[in-house]
Design a protein around this ligand. Structure first.
Ligand SMILES: Cc1cc2nc3c(=O)[nH]c(=O)nc-3n(C[C@H](O)[C@H](O)[C@H](O)COP(=O)(O)OP(=O)(O)OC[C@H]3O[C@@H](n4cnc5c(N)ncnc54)[C@H](O)[C@@H]3O)c2cc1C
Length: 596
């Protein structure tokens, strides 16, 4: 095991050991002063505890200090250090559950080449383990607990954008999130956001156009995308960047992603991952607008009225049980189904049992709920395997690594594909190589320029050596083959033409020691298909008519990406269509209200 990994392990094991020996937090605090120690009252029922846990986390801080105090920068591997900040969605009770044993949920987002204590994050928590159909029926028969203009389901990028847009348009909004924290797959996005016509592109002299963006996206999707949706994506991509920047986002850097003719993938400076950054910004903005996510609250059923218009949803809250929210409009923003093994086996049997880069939140709830009210699906069986998921892990080795210069070789050390081709083609190419896996190889220039690569190193995923031959030996490749591959690649780069595979862009050579390699294999990454929508983000029924009041955006929808999504287009999709769905939902809801 790598030293870094060993250190992480020892830190985690000591945490785990402490946790395993400890009683749960409620029992411990109860001895100190009864229920009021945490809840501020001597006797509390579950119904007194809000699902979003903002109140309870405030109580933690009254004794333990604020997050800044808890985040001890002198301890390198203390999870408080990297996760607790004013903007972090991970608060105390995400890990330190009150009435249950503490649980390390690190595996929600990270994966390690070691056994994690309490690594049961993928299992649904006890309160959320299955749906009680009788309780759903009772909630449906009862009066609504609240009435709202727009109900947004899912607090990833699409949902947060929708909630902000609807609130700004003057609607009252509730934003539901089933998980203990907001962010979904969006908070894992590493590479960037595709946009055309930004000042960032102009500054770099990049010649791009809406038509070129549309052409690249349609080509990437094998021509199966909905052209109207693609044009909206391209046309509104730059105003989406501006919308985020006005909230404080940094999207100052532009690079090129696979399948794109020019550089149009925007991301924060210094190689910082795009997803956690924009989720932080959107969460802060949503809170400012008064629409913070109501976490620990799973929507379990969409409700239609007698005229087949949307009427609201049944929600299952951690503390508050099953209840009905009446809503004039609903935005479905529940993300994809990349972590739902049954749905993958059903829709894409050839990917059965494949690892997935997705957050555990990607369980396809929105698709199931929509199917139950007669929604229409588009390209539902199209699932993208990302070519470079860390071997035997859930960690995505971002496309940026190839984009900024890494080459991809097979287990012998030979290149076999244009590294910048589309994901489906790169994945297919790896699956045709011996042992269906590959290595990404790069030098210290790339290591120093791409911050995320240092993150992979931190997790013990990189092999390193002072010469190419030694690197090959460490990785079990043939030293002469790898050395020959690197020599040829450097020569192609100097000549400005990749004679072997036609790679269009070779920003860095592999010339400066030390040299690095990381083992990769394809893993489920994106579910392109989902509910069918109109250009106004209205969700279509089985006869392709909009279901009045029901909207959808983001990975739960189909049509934007066709059969294959280009890197950087999903975040653009969530911002452009998230915002549109919120605006249209608000317009519809406010129209209904004023018509009364
Ligand atoms: C590792 C990784 C890296 C990526 N990198 C990039 C990139 O660089 N650029 C790019 O364009 N795309 C990238 N993608 C894809 C992109 O991140 C996603 O497609 C996109 O963020 C999906 O956003 P979303 O809002 O639709 O869904 P999500 O972000 O998944 O959010 C959905 C939310 O809905 C909640 N939810 C689900 N069901 C319910 C329910 N029943 N009730 C209440 N809440 C519910 C979930 O818990 C979740 O929080 C990446 C994906 C992964 C996995």
């Amino acid at each position: 095991m790598k030293p870094a990994a060993a250190l992480v392990l020892s830190a985690l094991l000591s945490l785990g050991a402490a946790a395993a020996g400890a009683e749960d937090l409620a029992s411990f605090h109860n001895k100190l002063g009864g229920c009021q120690t945490c809840h501020g009252a001597s006797s509390v029922t579950a119904a007194d505890v809000p699902d979003d846990e903002i109140d309870i986390n405030g109580k933690c801080m009254t004794c333990h200090g604020d997050y800044k105090k808890l985040a001890d920068k002198s301890k390198r591997f203390d999870p408080h250090n990297s996760h607790l900040s004013d903007r972090s969605p991970i608060n105390c009770t995400v890990c330190h559950a009150g009435h249950a044993q503490p649980k390390l949920i690190c595996n929600d987002c990270h994966s390690f080449d070691m056994k994690m204590p309490f690594a049961d994050a993928a299992a649904r928590p006890a309160w959320d383990d299955g749906i009680d159909e009788k309780a759903v029926a009772a909630a449906e028969a009862a009066a609504p607990r609240e009435t709202v203009d727009v109900l947004v389901i899912g607090a990833g990028s699409a949902g947060l954008n929708a909630a902000i847009a609807a609130k700004r348009a003057g609607a009252s909004v509730v934003l539901l999130e089933k998980h203990a924290y907001a962010g979904g797959n969006s908070m894992l996005a590493a590479g960037g956001y595709n946009a055309v016509g930004t000042p960032q592109q102009a500054k770099k002299g990049i010649k791009d156009s809406v038509d070129l963006y549309v052409k690249d996206t349609m080509k990437g999707g094998r021509g199966k995308n909905d052209p109207q949706l693609v044009r909206i994506l391209a046309e509104q991509s730059a105003s989406g960047v501006k919308w985020l920047e006005d909230m404080g986002a940094d999207l100052s850097d532009v690079k090129r992603s696979g399948g794109a003719t020019v550089s149009r993938t925007h991301r924060p400076h210094g190689g910082m991952s795009v997803g956690p950054h924009i989720v932080d910004v959107l969460r802060a903005e949503a809170t400012k607008e008064g629409v913070g996510a109501r976490v620990n609250s799973r929507a379990v059923k969409l409700l239609l009225d007698k005229d087949f218009k949307i009427a609201g949803a049944i929600v299952h809250g951690k503390h508050s049980g099953y209840y009905k929210i009446a809503a004039r409009a609903v935005v479905l923003a529940t993300g994809g189904y990349g972590q739902n093994k049954q749905m993958i086996a059903f829709y894409r049997p050839t990917f059965k049992n494949m690892t997935s880069s997705n957050n555990v939140t990607s369980t396809g709830d929105g698709i199931t709920m929509a199917l139950n009210i007669g929604a229409s699906m588009t390209d539902i069986d199209w699932v993208q395997a990302h070519p470079t998921v860390g071997l035997d892990s859930r960690i995505l080795i971002s496309e940026t690594v190839r984009g900024v210069g890494a080459i991809m070789v097979n287990i012998k050390g030979a290149r076999f594909v244009n590294e910048l081709t589309t994901r489906d083609r790169a994945s297919d190419a790896i699956l045709h190589q011996p042992e269906r896996r590959a290595w990404l190889v790069f030098d210290s220039d790339l290591y120093n320029s791409a911050k995320m690569v240092r993150g992979y190193d931190h997790l013990g995923m990189l092999k390193k050596a002072d010469t190419i031959e030694k690197l090959a030996e460490t990785c079990g490749m043939d030293p002469a083959t790898l050395a020959g591959t690197v020599r040829s690649y450097n020569a192609y780069r100097k000549a400005g033409k990749d004679e072997a595979f036609g790679r269009p862009d070779m920003p860095l050579g592999i010339e400066k020691a030390p040299y690095y390699a990381v083992a990769v294999a394809p893993g489920i990454h994106h579910t392109m298909g989902g509910v069918a929508i109109t250009p106004q983000s209205e969700l279509l029924d089985i006869q392709s008519r909009p279901i009045p009041g029901l909207y959808a955006a983001g990975e739960v929808t189909g049509g934007v990406h066709g059969f294959n999504r280009l890197g950087g287009n999903a975040i653009a999709d969530t911002v452009v269509f998230g915002r549109r769905s919120g605006e249209h939902a608000a317009q519809y809801a406010l129209g209904l209200k004023s018509a009364k």
